[in-house]
Design a binder for this molecule. Structure first.
Ligand SMILES: [Zn+2]
Length: 285
């Protein structure tokens, strides 16, 4: 998957492929200048944005794999943030904490069930209560498995509901993490710093932040989303008798509203990261 970059020497556009490390060593196709793009974006954000693009482009089924992967990578991000935050609070040295974490993660890296286990404990230790959303229903597991492992062809509406569920969950956990998220981002900065130190003379470093679906929320730009009334917590809505099953529907409606709003505010920006063609004739969309 590609994204456009601008050459710092001639301002020409070059497309780069997303890398796992978020470091992109490039040579301009127009003027031959060498530059390196450091993308300040977490893996879960890249994956969620790729899923959103696929959904907007009509590839509903393909989008599911990206949303599911985004959630798994977010759980990893959470464990990273929690562990490094805890180490910082205990005045542990960052490098030592990071290498301990990397070593530990290697034991769970190839199995997502193990990672989920680590996340569950991290959540309990940080928030002081059970991660009650870690159910098949709360994670949309059945739907995900049907599509990914059994080849089911989902409707766009089903995929949108799944995207909304994943989005709302990540959004909520990011909100709970608050400034704690910065500790995981520091790990990325460390990777950048060591690559930067090794860049040969004459290579220009370019740092970029992409306007992904979660960025606005994290930097406070996304307008606050009013929780739809009635709330999914019984007894909070004055004058409204609750019906059985309503809480589930309310939660879904809230997820949908949150995702739609983010899509409205950020979707247009995401379009610029689609593959070619960049110029869609007016009225096509
Ligand atoms: Zn150039």
């Amino acid at each position: 998957m590609e994204f456009p970059t601008v050459c710092p020497a001639c301002a020409g556009e070059n497309r780069a492929e997303f890398t796992d490390s978020s470091v992109h060593d490039l040579t301009c196709a127009h003027c031959g200048a060498r530059y390196c793009v450091f993308l300040r974006k977490q893996k879960f954000e890249v994956l969620f944005d790729l899923g959103t693009q696929a959904l907007m482009d009509g590839y509903a089924r393909e989008a599911v794999a990206s949303f599911a992967a985004a959630l798994e990578r977010f759980f990893e991000f959470y464990v990273w943030a929690f562990t490094l935050e805890r180490a910082a609070n205990a005045e542990q040295e960052f490098g030592a904490a990071l290498s301990g974490l990397e070593g530990t993660w290697r034991h769970v890296a190839s199995q997502s069930e193990r990672q989920l286990g680590m996340f569950a404990l991290a959540y309990l230790l940080r928030e002081g209560h059970e991660p009650d959303f870690l159910t098949a229903r709360g994670l949309g597991t059945d739907f995900r498995n049907r599509v990914i492992h059994r080849g089911a062809l989902p409707t766009r509406a089903e995929v949108e509901a799944y995207a909304a569920l994943v989005f709302a969950l990540i959004d909520r956990l990011l909100t709970e993490l608050g400034p704690g998220a910065a500790h995981a981002e520091l790990a990325q900065e460390q990777v950048f710093a060591s690559h930067l130190a090794g860049l040969p003379d004459g290579v220009t470093a370019v740092f970029e932040e992409h306007p992904g679906m979660f960025r606005a929320r994290r930097f406070g730009g996304l307008a606050p989303t009013p929780k739809l009334s009635p709330q999914p917590v019984p007894g909070q809505v004055p004058g409204q008798p609750r019906k059985p099953g309503k809480a589930v529907n309310d939660a879904r409606a809230y997820q949908q509203a949150l995702f739609r709003q983010a899509l409205e505010e950020r979707g247009a920006l995401l379009r610029s990261f689609k593959g070619p063609p960049l110029n869609v004739p007016p009225g096509r969309e």
